[in-house]
Write a protein that binds this ligand. Structure first.
Ligand code: ZN
Ligand code: ZN
Length: 387
């Protein structure tokens, strides 16, 4: 394609003019279409998408709409491409970009904040005050791929360089898609929570964030790390990722057990990833006085919370929305050092063309799917050619 002169490419990674991309019609309706390959602007690169992990939030968006917000409204019938946990290869550099090279493997954070609001200036770009204001004459430069702009269920995507994380060669494409999930747990525990080595942690809910929350907490030196859940096979994965104790809440009363394991005091942190109706109250009973509860799940209802208990016990309660403060880079560093094996939560891989089947596996947890990954063919053929 005739690339503008200020965009740098390489003959090793030819960039076509058009690409295959899945788009969302009405709720639950995905179809494959052809879109122009987007061009990177200043401070942006074009990423050839090699692998994408499916997230529970993708299912929310595809079937219900929020939290995606396209042109200020629901994402339906707007030629919108979902998908946000992707990794790939840099194939074109926007004007002035010298921080990355064509051919470099990267995984991406979802949010590029506007860079000018109070929260962006603090590194809390997932809480950007100009969230979703990136269209028409209200363009503040905010992007959240697969949420407010086109995402990863396609062959190419444009990313701000602030959202890129270099991927070590020792890491597979599938593993690289999990960096952001680990980075989200890290952001909640360290950047927002202030966890230091030797403090105690309960993680409730062995979903992807919960399981990698266990892994990150352990790698950070937390002691003990306790995981609660309902399914023994997932709790077993939690053990392999570093949980010192696991509690199946079907067999044991979790609050009692946590107190027993911590000399009656409770833990310093609860990472609430279960989203259960009584999750906050239970977390408040598990945490010690002055402890912190990080909320990382979206409960379907608005549960009643015992506020007086929080006040009397000086308990800190905070939510996290995705990643922040470049915690993903620290997560990648842990993974590169093999401090934990995140691939234990990757269960299935499909071709990008089979996205609908991949989504079914993720949604219905077919064969106890945890993280389902879809891969583009170009990545496969490229790899084969190199071998
Ligand atoms: Zn996600
Ligand atoms: Zn902002």
């Amino acid at each position: 394609m005739p690339m503008p002169e200020n965009i740098k490419t390489s003959p090793d990674f030819p960039v076509p003019e058009t690409m295959n991309a899945w788009v969302l019609g009405g709720p639950g309706e995905l179809s494959m279409t052809t879109k122009p390959v987007p061009l990177p602007a200043k401070a942006e690169v074009l990423v050839r998408i090699d692998a994408v992990a499916i997230c529970a939030t993708d299912l929310e968006i595809i079937y219900h709409g929020p939290p995606a917000q396209i042109q200020g409204g629901d994402p339906f019938n707007k030629n919108f491409t979902p998908g946000h946990e992707y990794m790939g290869t840099v194939v074109a550099l926007g004007p002035g970009v010298d921080e990355y090279e064509v051919g470099e493997r990267v995984t991406v954070e979802i949010h590029a904040g506007c860079g000018q609001c109070k929260r962006c200036r603090q590194g809390m770009y997932t809480s950007c005050h100009n969230y979703g204001k990136n269209y028409g004459d209200v363009d503040k430069g905010h992007r959240a791929n697969g949420f407010t702009t086109d995402g990863g269920f396609a062959e190419y995507a444009v990313n701000n360089i602030n959202t890129l994380i270099h991927v070590d060669d020792s890491m597979s494409d599938e593993e690289a898609t999990l960096v952001v999930t680990a980075g989200t747990a890290m952001y909640g525990l360290t950047e927002l929570g202030g966890l230091v080595a030797g403090e105690s942690v309960v993680v409730t809910g062995p979903g992807p964030i919960g399981l990698l929350g266990v892994a990150v907490a352990k790698a950070l030196g937390a002691q003990p790390v306790i995981l609660t859940g309902t399914r023994d096979n997932r709790l077993e994965i939690g053990r392999k990722l570093g949980a010192d104790h696991v509690i199946n809440v079907r067999n044991e009363e979790p609050v009692e057990k946590v107190r027993e394991l911590t000399g009656g005091n409770g833990v310093d942190y609860v990472l609430e990833c279960a989203g259960a109706p009584n999750g906050v109250n239970e977390a408040a009973q598990m945490v010690n006085r002055g402890g912190k509860i990080c909320l990382a799940a979206f409960p379907g209802n608005s549960p009643e919370v015992d506020v007086a208990h929080l006040v009397r016990n000086n308990i800190y309660l905070y939510g996290i929305r995705g990643e922040g403060k470049s915690a993903t880079h620290r997560a990648e560093a842990f993974m590169r050092q093999k401090r934990f094996d995140s691939t234990l939560i990757h269960t299935h891989t499909f071709d990008m063309g089979d996205l609908k089947e991949a989504l079914r596996y993720a949604k219905d947890r077919v064969e106890d799917a945890i993280k389902v990954v879809v891969k583009n063919n170009h990545a496969v053929s490229k790899q084969e050619a190199a071998e």
